[in-house]
Design a binder for this molecule. Structure first.
Ligand code: URA
Length: 307
């Protein structure tokens, strides 16, 4: 992987705990950019966040205390009829424009998460002048809002979000600002950040398959309208949601084995990486996350457009 990193990108990588190491050039030879290797060096303990202890492990159901002799229950079909107090997902999501989609998510009562949420979290990116979907090169998909995101109504605003922002800055991307301040010079805001679930699961529990099924049409429509050039799927739930129709036996594949490949979702390239909350507690895997970003960049290089 050849990467020409400028001073700012190197500073960002230092921030996220990834040190660039370059072997000393042989006598008389100029350094070779291809020889850059990454080493994780950040050994400071960080506050745990989220629900990602087993990120690198295959998806597992909790083992029952004593296995009863019952036949396995087939996977639940997507919920079609809402429980009392809930309402069906708004019809026609697949045809909605961006403002209609935002409104549909904001008013969604299709699963029980609507009862406990403070805010829905649609996503964050640059604002298009006419309210249409922003034209972004990158789409980042996380799992679900946590407590901070539920309060702010914006994805990835906690510790994991800080790490994500630093990772993005290292590749020249900055999240769109709610106050629409001008992006930094030399940095692109061509990125939209969202989650599989648009509402917070209480107590940061894992998303329930029925909740994921209810929310999936929203993510699908976001992809159709955004038409990104690259989707970065962060963590198991994002990977499973985006790749379930294209990767056989996906549930059995550990996240780590989905890395290093380019998949496709609705024709858009998808690269799978670790969830930032997992990286906060698994420092040794930060260098792998950097490799994932490099792979994604090789498919969709950051383009800084002048305003
Ligand atoms: N974790 C996620 O997956 N998404 C968020 O928005 C915040 C934490």
């Amino acid at each position: 992987m050849s990467l020409d990193l400028d001073k700012r990108q190197r500073a960002m990588l230092r921030e996220m705990g990834v040190r660039l190491w370059q072997p000393p050039p042989a006598a008389g030879l100029a350094p070779v950019a291809d020889a850059i290797h990454t080493v994780a060096v950040d050994a400071r303990p960080k506050r745990a966040e989220g629900r990602f202890d087993a990120e690198a492990e295959p998806a597992r159901a909790p083992a029952p205390a004593a296995a009863p002799a019952v036949r396995p229950v087939p996977a639940q079909a997507p919920v079609s009829r809402p429980a009392p107090g809930l309402q069906p997902r708004p019809a026609g999501v697949e045809l909605m424009d961006w403002p209609a989609l935002q409104a549909a998510v904001a008013g969604c009562r299709a699963c029980a998460l609507c009862e406990s949420r403070k805010n829905t979290v649609f996503g964050i990116g640059p604002t298009a002048a006419d309210g249409a979907a922003p034209q972004v090169d990158w789409l980042i998909v996380g799992e679900a809002p946590g407590e901070n995101e539920d309060i702010a109504g914006e994805p990835f605003v906690g510790q994991a979000g800080k790490l994500l922002d630093n990772m993005l800055l290292a590749i020249g991307l900055q999240r769109g600002q709610i106050d629409a301040t001008a992006p930094r010079a030399g940095v692109s805001t061509s990125v939209f950040i969202t989650n599989v679930l648009k509402c917070r699961p209480p107590a940061n529990r894992n998303p329930d398959p029925a909740e994921v099924a209810q929310c999936e049409p929203y993510l699908k429509r976001q992809v159709e309208l955004l038409q990104p050039k690259m989707i970065l799927a962060l963590g198991k739930f994002a990977a499973q949601s985006l790749l379930q129709d294209s990767v056989p036996e996906l549930q059995k594949i550990p996240l780590g084995k989905l890395r290093g490949q380019v998949f496709h979702y609705l024709g858009v390239p998808v690269v799978v990486s670790y969830h930032p909350a997992y990286l906060l507690r698994s420092l040794g895997d930060k260098a792998k996350a950097w490799d994932d970003l490099c792979l994604a960049m090789s498919v969709a290089p950051t383009v800084v457009r002048s305003a």
